[in-house]
Design a protein around this ligand. Structure first.
Ligand SMILES: NC(=O)c1ccc[n+]([C@@H]2O[C@H](COP(=O)([O-])OP(=O)(O)OC[C@H]3O[C@@H](n4cnc5c(N)ncnc54)[C@H](O)[C@@H]3O)[C@@H](O)[C@H]2O)c1
Length: 105
């Protein structure tokens, strides 16, 4: 089974990736590295750099790999900033997810 982990270089995502690799799953991490870190991705996971809001980037993943399931952690996650900049958070967290779902959901 191959699991696509969106935001897999982030805090929560990288822990999920480590557990998936430990349990023998193939993992593809998709991340734009705006807050994530390549070093946080454990060895054994494939890494594709791209942005969830860019359909071309997502297409690249689905053309290159047979994906069986998706775990989605790609988001802006700072509560304080989300209150100050709600539209930026809407754009990434809501629009980004909807765009992905519209094409591949
Ligand atoms: N950290 C927590 O304690 C916690 C608790 C509950 C829920 N969550 C939720 O888990 C999710 C991840 O939170 P986190 O703390 O790991 O944040 P994080 O910033 O560490 O991780 C988010 C990851 O997503 C990537 N990313 C963001 N937007 C992207 C985009 N448009 N395209 C591709 N990659 C993108 C970032 O580069 C980063 O690697 C959020 O939805 C957050 O609300 C977090």
């Amino acid at each position: 089974m191959t699991v696509l982990v969106c935001g897999g270089a982030g805090y929560i995502g990288s822990h999920a990736v480590a557990e998936l690799i430990k349990s023998g799953k193939k993992v593809v991490v998709f991340d734009n590295f705006q807050t994530g870190h390549r070093e946080a991705v454990v060895e054994g996971a494939e890494v594709v750099e791209g942005d969830l809001r860019n359909i071309k980037d997502i297409d690249q993943v689905f053309r290159g790999y047979t994906i069986d399931s998706v775990m989605h952690f790609a988001a802006d996650s700072l509560v304080g900033v989300s209150v100050k900049e709600p539209l930026a958070y809407y754009e990434n967290n809501v629009y980004g997810s909807l765009k992905f779902n519209k094409v591949y959901g």
